[in-house]
Design a protein around this ligand. Structure first.
Ligand code: NDP
Ligand code: 2IT
Length: 453
């Protein structure tokens, strides 16, 4: 595709997207994530030929490389099992590739390309030197024994270890990859390379992990929400919050919401949601953490224990609330859900999960004046703390909890500031536009500095 100065913004967007769809057939999540970015970046670069002539957006949407490998392991009955493993190294213009690993049966190349692309912008927004990557496998950890998970992780790392390193690519957790999996993955990497380096983040505290990493994504999404509410002249005190998911991000988002005086009335998993009109408290949250991280049970057990409603097969967006935090997975809020949230009085949405809101649902929020924080800004606290874990590993030091909490809240404030700088429109902020442009500029400038690569 050649540079054509005569095209209008609409023609340029249409030409760019049709080329992307043609080159990446069937990768709908990837198309969606790129479209959402291109719709604000193409207008931004329209009068900036230095970005357009260098085809920065075309280069950003073609990953540096994609690694796909077979993962073969034996289950407890001695059956041979085969999964597909991936690592998408999207862009390392501003630092080593950095991003999580997802183990979920629905994982496809499209999922990981969308996540690696989003990660590139998110990592840039943190202000830390990290490029964007993402990986994972179509492995389902549900119902597997610890030994099976260990054998899978070891087989997965045996392949992945050829492609990562503390200065090359630093994976971490995501859906289905938590403390247990990171332990097995790190142990296998150490065994294979005979090196103890900060090649993964989200490590246990006894072997190089950072305080506050476990909490950082959920806390950060709430700090960002708090900043948006402040911008609107209000606070979280006394607000009713609807949260989806019951994993790492959801549970710590719920904890911080409670600490700031909000009432959290829902949590969910892939089987449905619980509605607790009295709201969660620390004891109930401790039950969830034990249920999900130790017994690996279902959210419906919460409803049985506390005598509240469990709504099977549904997501919690029909529950009236002031603020909503989708913290489970992509495309979990569709247009109808957004309409229900708006008509039930929701005033702000902060995305803890990656791309949980479909594009037409975002449009519903924006048209209704609901402040909306896109994931690449709102959930950047997790990877930011991973960046701080990398710094501590390189310096062979450990920072204190207070210090790290302060750094996390400063980073989230800076991201809010960046979004406001590039997204302000009259008396309101378009956080989608602000996050896209704010994330883009730093990566684009580095790419320009390198010439044609
Ligand atoms: P976990 O595996 O800890 O929890 C995932 C939660 O989401 C579980 O409650 C799970 O339910 C639910 N869920 C997963 N897939 C689906 C689905 N297809 N439909 C309905 N529910 C589903 O993952 P995390 O909390 O780490 O991640 C949640 C989201 O946050 C993801 O989008 C992830 O990319 C994003 N994120 C995570 C970060 C981190 O640091 N961990 C950082 C930034 C973003 P069930 O157990 O039934 O599957
Ligand atoms: O989506 C994300 O930002 C993550 N899963 C965290 C990535 C990381 O490297 O900590």
């Amino acid at each position: 595709m050649t540079y054509d100065a005569t095209l209008s913004v609409e023609q340029e967007l249409e030409r760019f997207m049709s080329g992307l769809v043609r080159r990446n057939p069937g990768e709908e999540e990837f198309h969606q994530a790129v479209h959402e970015v291109a719709a604000t970046i193409i207008p931004f670069i329209h009068d900036k030929p230095r970005y357009r002539k260098a085809h920065i957006l075309e280069r950003l949407t073609e990953p540096d490389r994609v690694i796909i490998f077979r993962v073969c392991w034996e289950d407890d009955e001695g059956n041979v099992r085969v999964n597909r493993g991936y690592r998408v190294q999207c862009n390392n213009a501003i630092g080593p590739y950095k991003g999580g690993l997802r183990f979920h049966p629905d994982v496809t190349l499209s999922t990981l390309k969308f996540l690696a692309f989003e990660q590139t912008f998110k990592n840039s927004l943190t202000g830390l030197p990290m490029g964007g990557g993402k990986g994972g496998a179509d492995f389902n950890p549900k119902g597997k024994s610890d030994s099976e998970v260990m054998r899978f992780c070891q087989a997965f790392m045996t392949q992945l270890s050829r492609h990562i390193g503390q200065n090359t690519d630093v994976p971490a957790g995501d859906i289905g990859v938590g403390a247990r999996e990171i332990g097995y993955l790190f142990g296998q990497h150490k065994r294979l390379t005979n090196e103890f380096t900060g090649v993964l983040t989200g490590k246990g505290l006894s072997y190089g992990g950072s305080l506050v990493r476990t909490e950082a994504t959920g806390y950060g999404a709430v700090y960002f929400l708090q900043d948006m509410m402040r911008e609107k002249g209000t606070t979280l005190e006394g607000k009713t919050a609807v949260v989806s998911g019951s994993g790492n991000v959801a549970t710590y988002a719920a904890q911080k919401l409670m600490a700031l005086g909000a009432k959290v009335v829902t949590l969910s998993d892939s089987s449905g949601y619980i509605y607790d009109p009295e709201g969660l408290d620390e004891e109930k949250l401790a039950f969830i953490l034990e249920l999900k991280n130790v017994r690996r049970g279902r959210i419906s057990e919460y409803a049985d224990k506390y005598g509240v409603t469990f709504v099977e097969g549904k997501r919690p967006w029909e529950v009236p609330c002031d603020v909503a935090l989708p913290c489970a997975t992509q495309n979990e809020i569709n247009k109808k859900d957004a309409e229900a949230l708006v008509s039930n009085g929701c005033v702000a949405v902060s995305e803890g999960a990656n791309m949980p809101t479909s594009e037409d649902a975002v449009a519903v929020f924006q048209a209704a004046g609901v402040v909306f924080a896109p994931s690449k800004a709102a959930n950047a606290g997790g990877v930011a703390m991973s960046g701080l874990e990398m710094s501590q590993n390189s310096g062979r030091i450990s920072w204190t909890e207070d210090d790290l909490n302060k750094q996390l809240s400063d980073i989230m404030k800076n991201i809010h500031h960046t979004c406001a700088e590039y997204g302000r429109e009259g008396d309101h902020v378009d956080y989608v536009k602000g996050a896209n442009i704010g994330g883009f500029i730093k990566v684009a400038e580095a790419m320009l500095a390198y010439g044609v690569l």
